[in-house]
Design a protein around this ligand. Sequence first.
Ligand code: PMP
Length: 395
Amino acid sequence: MTHKPTSSLDAFANAKLKALEATNRRRELTSAARGPAMALTAGGRDMISFTDNDYLGLSTHPAVVAAAVEATQRYGAGSGASRLVTGNHPLYAELEAKIADFKGMEAAIVFGSGYLANSGIIPALVGKSDVILADELIHTSIHAGLKLSGATVRFFRHNDVAHAAEILDAERSRFDRALMVVDGVYSMDGDIAPLKALGELCASHDVWLMSDDAHGLGTIGAGRGAVAAMGAEGLVHLQMGTLSKAIGGYGGYLAASRVVIDLMKTRARSLVYTTGLPPGTVAAALKALELIEADAEMVARPVMLARRFTEALGLPAPETPIVPLVIGAEADAMAASAALAEAGYKVTAFRPPTVPEGTSRLRFCFSASHRDEDVTGLIAAVRALGLSALTKAAE
Ligand code: PMP
């Protein structure tokens, strides 16, 4: 039996849903069961996923799964409290030391997720009298941090160092502290931020540089991410990222100087006032990082497969495992995605507000655990969509 208090709440929710339906923007959750080698059963259909961020297939790697099981049996299914209370089980320290080392920074701290990291780190560092410079295409979770900080925000054109310099020259002196925030790898475009040039710009204007490496860790820079890939070591103060993509599990992190990490333990509200991750999740991430360190061939495979795909289709060669195919109209992108599903490949169509208006796209993500024949089959299925029309739209 269900109970429902009388109020205008349902009427409000209904009106909102109707408005979303009218613009074809209502979203639904489809049950999706994942298996090894990017197998996916969704909407009653068995497919190979070319859409998720399990870039190394580690979410189903037997050693990672075993580490999660073992830690769960030893410490329990949940952490029981905030890390500042009793939720800081011993595996955290090991994982944080490993992340710091991997990122070449003094220290690291693990958050509940990448979203929580971004919404906690930024307000812990800047506020009303400060300015944040952000690339116009930063991830939504960074926007949450920007809003919560209360700082003045200035956006520069995507990857446009000269535009960022122009803004800094005109405005830096009006503000107390300044923070620049970029994605290391842009999730909808697959391109990499010019971190060296941005880092040098920041150094000359007393700006702290933060890079969100959600899609870089485990995939570029020999697995160490965008800072390593761009030769920007020593120029990026705050290396943030997630454990939910190439690491295959869940959680977020910040790698930085020891004193900044210490400050987060008191100032980052999304760390202090939320429950610690389950021990199994922390153990899985630790094991995944060990595998990444030990297996250069696995780390190189996603970009290699992405390049095999683009070369076969005459598309520009990517630097990352993310290949966007911009189609334009939402309905066309949705139809292309449906046709690929029909052929046995899950490739999500991304549309506004996730991407700018008029740039709806298919986004292909390649994983080390894709088999060669999966990529060959995908190439054939994309060709069958009518490639000339698509590549024209992508230009
Ligand atoms: N930053 C970027 C660039 C992302 O793509 C994502 C995930 N979509 C996040 C942050 C959020 O990370 P998480 O999924 O761990 O919350």
